[in-house]
Every structure is written in C-alpha cells, then in structure tokens.
Design a protein around this ligand. Structure first.
Ligand code: ADP
Length: 257
C-alpha cells in the first residue's frame, strides 16, 4: 500500500468527515458520521478508528476545517472551508471555475482560480433557506429519505410554487399545501426550485466563471444540480465524492500535495 501522507478533518455542523491521502494526493480511506454535540470527542474516536484501519500512529500531519475546526486539538493547524473546498475540488476536477458548496446549515459560492486557490467568495450562514436544512424539514414531514428527494422532485408531474423565502414561513406554506391534498412530489419540486433560487442569486452576485462546480452533501441531490444548470444555462459538474471535498482539501494541504 502507498504511504499515508496526511489526514484531513472536516468538522461540519451537520456531518463530520475524515479523509486520509497518500503521498500522491489520492484518497486512501474516509469516514463520515452525523455530527455529535461533543465534536472534539467524536473526532478523537473517528481518528482512532481511521488510524487503526490504516496502521498509522499520531505522527501523520493532520489538518482540520469546518465549523468546529478550532475545537480539534489533534490537528496541527486549521484552515477555512473556503480554502479546503477549493483545494479539494480543484484537485479532483482539475478546473478553475465557480464552486457552489451547499452543506447542512450554510452555503458558499467560491471563485476558484487557476492555481486552485479561492479568489473571491460569498457565504450564507444566516439563512437556512439556501441550505440542506431547508429540504430536510419537508423530507421529514413527508416521510421521504433525503437520498430520494431529488428523484421525487424530478419525477413530479407538476410543481407547487413555494413563495416564502424564509424557512419558517415556507414550512407553514408546506403544511397548508399538504392539508389541501397537494401532490407531495410537486411540493418537493417547488421546494427545490426555491432553494436553487436562493443559491443562484448568490452565484450571480459573485459572478460566473464556467464551469459551475458543486460540493457539499446537497450536491448529491440531482434535482439541485439540474435546476442550477437550468437557471444559469451553464454546465454543472461534480467531483467524485462532493461531501468529502472539505476534508480532502484539508488532507491535501497537510500532505503539501
Ligand atoms: P456540513 O459540512 O455543513 O456539515 P454536508 O456537506 O455534510 O454538511 O451536507 C449535509 C447535507 O447534505 C444535509 O442537509 C443532508 O440532508 C444533505 N445530503 C447528504 N446526503 C445527501 C444525498 N444523498 N442526497 C441529498 N442530500 C444529501
């Protein structure tokens, strides 16, 4: 097996990710868990698991990113998610462009330069309407697993427009639609459109340098990808594992790869 060069930790607000890379910068192993209240303890256990699996000790360079990055004592340094997502996606897709990272509780638009570093960015961590949480509430209410949301929205024969731009008001709008017997899939299609509208207005504020690239857990939702492509009239491309890109970028920085 190739030598383990570094471990990246992305202590996100919704999920916690660990990625180990070899000295060529390839992903050797990864772990992903829902974030627990004591993320520093959680990361310690996850690191023990990963190190045991890889047969390594604590000498491997370790870099933390994400919402809880400053709590991670095992990391020799911490780096912003902006830099780490840009680095991970640039390495995977080998492209400069406009990167949209949609996580559980925040979203970001990052202009990635030709050297893989961020040249500009915009972040939304105040309003849940442009994040995964916006979809999760309705998914739970309709009893649809998040992994199926995109296909259900794309397969709908109609679309129920969601006019509220605030999550709290959108939730009561959805409750009324359900009570009126609206098609759940059409509600989901309208909900995705609303989320994408939020995200695309951020993209327009930052400006588009094609291609548009997606990272974060919500990038796995095909309806989100297609609706961003329709709204921007640009190709929207994904790295191999979009949810791991922050941890991957952190690991690459640790490995100087
Ligand atoms: P963070 O880094 O902010 O903790 P992530 O990038 O891990 O967040 O993204 C978490 C979000 O991704 C959650 O809102 C979750 O619902 C969504 N998500 C995860 N997997 C999928 C999937 N297969 N399809 C659609 N959404 C997903």
């Amino acid at each position: 097996m190739s030598r383990i060069a570094a471990i990246g930790i992305d202590a996100g607000s919704t999920t916690c990710k660990l990625v180990a890379v070899d000295d060529g910068g390839a992903i050797v192993s990864s772990l992903l868990e829902p974030t627990e209240p004591r993320v520093e303890l959680q990361v310690r256990h996850m690191l023990d698991t990963l190190r045991a699996e890889l047969g390594t000790n604590g000498d491997i360079p370790t870099v933390a990113t994400g919402y809880g990055r400053k709590l991670i004592k095992e990391a020799s340094r911490n780096v912003t998610e902006i830099t780490c997502h840009a680095k991970g996606v640039f390495r995977d897709l080998k492209q400069a462009g406009t990167l949209v990272d949609i996580g559980g509780q925040d979203s970001k638009v990052i202009q990635v330069g030709r050297d893989g570093r961020p040249v500009d960015f915009m972040m939304n961590d105040k309003c849940a309407a442009g994040t995964g949480r916006f979809l999760e509430y309705t998914a739970a209410r309709l009893g649809v697993p998040v992994q199926e949301l995109g296909d259900r929205a794309l397969g709908a024969s109609g679309e129920e427009p969601i006019s509220s731009t605030c999550t709290v008001f959108a939730e009561s709008e959805i409750i009324s639609l359900i009570a009126r017997g609206a098609d759940p899939d059409a509600i989901l299609r309208g909900l995705h459109r609303s989320l994408v509208g939020r995200v695309v207005s951020m993209v327009r504020s930052v400006g588009i340098t094609p291609p548009v690239m997606l990272s974060g857990g919500v990038a796995k939702n095909e309806a989100v990808r297609r609706m961003i492509a329709d709204a921007t009239a640009e190709d929207v491309i994904l790295p191999r594992d979009p949810q791991l890109m922050g941890a991957y970028g952190a690991a690459l920085l640790g490995a100087n790869a």
